[in-house]
Design a protein around this ligand. Structure first.
Ligand code: PMP
Length: 419
C-alpha cells in the first residue's frame, strides 16, 4: 500500500474487530508455525487461529489435496447434496475417528463456525426432550449467537445481546481459581428437590477442558458422575470439543480419557485441518430426533473443508506426526514444570497451556506479556477470568526446537513483567 498500511482497517472496518488490536501487523503469508507480515517481520505462531490451525498453516499435504480438488473442478459449494468429498469424509471420519473409540454417532453438518454447531446441539436437545432449560458452567464459552451466547458465561459478552439470556442456568465449574466445587452433587441436589425452583433441563453443556475459561479440566471422576446423573434424569449431555478437540488437549477428543460417551458433541475449528470453515454435530444413536429439513443452512458443508479434513486425518496415520505431537506435549508440560515463576500457576493440557498471572498483575501483566512477545516475534493471546491468563496454543506438529525457544521467549516475557 502507498498510504498507511492499517488505514483501510481503521477507517472502514467495524470497531468490533479485536484480535488485530493485540497483533497490529498485516499478516500476508504463513507456513507451518511461521507467519510472515507484509513489512517483512516473521512471527512464531503460538495462537493457531484460536485453535483452528492445530496442524499449522498451509500444511503441504493438506493444501495439495485442496489445490488438486480445485484443479479437477471438484464442487466447492453443494448445500447438503451428496458429493464424493462428503462421502469420503463421512466414511473416513467414521472408520478412523469414531469407530476406534466405540462411538456410533451420526454426523450433522451445521454451517461454518463453532457457534453453528452449538446452536444445533441446543436446539436438538430441546426437540428431543421437549424441555427448554439448559445447565452450563461458569467459565464456559460456547459462542456468540442468541442461543449459544446464553450458555456462555462471560458477562461482558452477554451484555452485548440486549435481550434476556435466561434459558441457561450456570453452576460453578468443578475446578477454578477459587478451588474445587462439588458441581455434580449441586446439580443432583437441585434436580431432586421439588422446592428447588430448578426445572429439569433439556441438556447439560460443557467443555471438558475450558479453553477461553483459562485452561481448566473437568475432573474425570466428576465427568463420569455427570454422565450417570444425565442418564438417570434423561438429560442430554453435550460436550463442546470445538477448541479442546482435534488433538489439542492430548487425545483426539477431550472426553476420551474419562471413558464417557456424550450424547452430542460439537466439533469445529481444527477439524478441517487447513483453517477452512467447518462445523459438525455428532449425534448419538437414538438421539437423531430431527425431521428432514428442520435445520437448514446454505453453507452446511464446504467441499474444500471436506477434502482438507480427510487430508488432516491422513496425518493421524503417520507415526512421525504422532511422535512429534506426543513429544511436543511432553516438552510443554516439562518446560513449565521445570521453569516455575513465583506467583504464577501454569496449567498444561496436551498442546494447551494457561499461564495464570491473576496473582501477579492480572490483565495488565498478561497484556504486557502478549505485547512483549509480539515485539519479539511471537504471537500468543490472553484469555480467562479478567483476561489474566496467557494461553499457549502451539501447533501439534511444531518443531520441538521452535517450541522450546518459544516457551523460553514467553517465560522471559513473563519474568520481565513480574513485580
Ligand atoms: N465453543 C468453544 C469451546 C470455543 O472455544 C469457541 C470459539 N472460541 C466456540 C464454541 C465458538 O466457535 P466460533 O467462534 O467458531 O463460532
Amino acid at each position: 500500500p502507498t498510504t498507511d498500511p492499517l488505514g483501510a482497517f481503521e477507517e472502514r472496518e467495524s470497531v468490533v474487530r479485536s484480535y488485530c488490536r493485540a497483533f497490529p501487523a498485516v499478516f500476508a503469508a504463513a507456513r507451518g508455525s511461521t507467519i510472515f507480515a507484509e513489512d517483512g517481520v516473521e512471527y512464531v505462531d503460538f495462537f493457531c487461529g484460536a485453535g483452528a490451525l492445530n496442524y499449522g498453516h498451509n500444511h503441504e499435504h493438506i493444501r495439495r489435496r485442496v489445490i488438486d480438488h480445485l484443479e479437477r473442478d471438484g464442487l466447492v459449494h453443494a448445500l447438503d447434496c451428496y458429493t464424493p468429498a462428503k462421502r469420503d469424509f463421512l466414511e473416513r471420519f467414521g472408520q478412523e475417528v469414531l469407530e476406534p473409540r466405540g462411538l456410533s454417532h451420526r454426523v450433522q453438518f451445521c454451517g461454518s463456525t463453532g457457534t453453528d454447531a452449538v446452536e444445533a446441539a441446543l436446539k436438538l436437545a430441546r426437540k428431543h426432550t421437549g424441555r427448554a432449560k439448559v445447565i452450563a458452567f461458569s467459565g464456559a464459552y460456547h459462542g456468540v449467537s442468541r442461543g449459544s451466547l446464553a450458555a456462555t458465561a462471560d458477562l461482558g459478552l452477554r451484555k452485548a445481546a440486549g435481550v434476556p439470556l435466561d434459558e441457561v442456568a450456570f453452576v460453578p465449574f468443578p475446578v477454578g481459581p477459587q478451588g474445587g466445587f462439588p458441581s455434580v452433587a449441586l446439580i443432583e441436589r437441585m434436580l431432586t428437590d421439588d422446592l428447588s425452583g430448578v426445572e429439569l433441563p433439556a441438556a447439560v453443556i460443557l467443555e471438558v477442558v475450558q479453553m477461553e475459561g483459562g485452561v481448566y479440566r473437568f475432573p474425570d471422576a466428576d465427568l463420569r458422575a455427570l454422565r450417570e446423573l444425565c442418564d438417570r434424569h434423561g438429560i442430554v449431555l453435550i460436550v463442546d470439543e470445538i477448541q479442546a478437540g482435534c488433538g489439542r488437549t492430548g487425545d483426539f477428543f477431550s472426553f476420551e480419557r474419562a471413558g464417557i460417551v456424550p450424547d452430542l458433541v460439537t466439533v469445529s475449528k481444527s477439524i478441517s485441518g487447513l483453517g477452512l470453515p467447518m462445523s459438525i454435530l455428532l449425534i448419538r444413536e437414538g438421539m437423531d430426533s430431527w425431521d428432514s429439513g428442520d435445520h437448514p443452512g446454505t453453507f452446511r458443508g464446504n467441499q474444500l473443508a471436506f477434502v482438507a479434513a480427510c487430508a488432516a486425518l491422513d496425518l493421524w496415520q503417520r507415526p512421525e506426526f504422532l511422535a512429534t505431537a506426543r513429544d511436543g506435549a511432553r516438552l510443554l508440560r516439562d518446560f513449565w514444570r521445570d521453569n516455575p515463576l513465583p506467583g504464577v500457576e501454569v496449567r498444561c493440557e496436551g498442546h494447551a497451556a494457561g499461564i495464570d498471572l491473576t496473582a501477579v498483575g492480572g490483565r495488565a501483566a498478561a497484556n504486557a506479556v502478549v505485547s512483549r512477545c509480539f515485539e519479539r516475534g511471537l504471537v500468543v493471546e490472553s484469555t480467562g477470568r479478567g483476561k489474566a491468563v496467557v494461553k499457549l496454543l502451539p501447533a501439534l506438529n511444531m518443531d520441538l526446537a521452535v517450541l522450546r525457544a518459544g516457551c523460553e521467549l514467553i517465560r522471559d516475557a513473563v519474568r520481565s513483567v513480574l513485580p
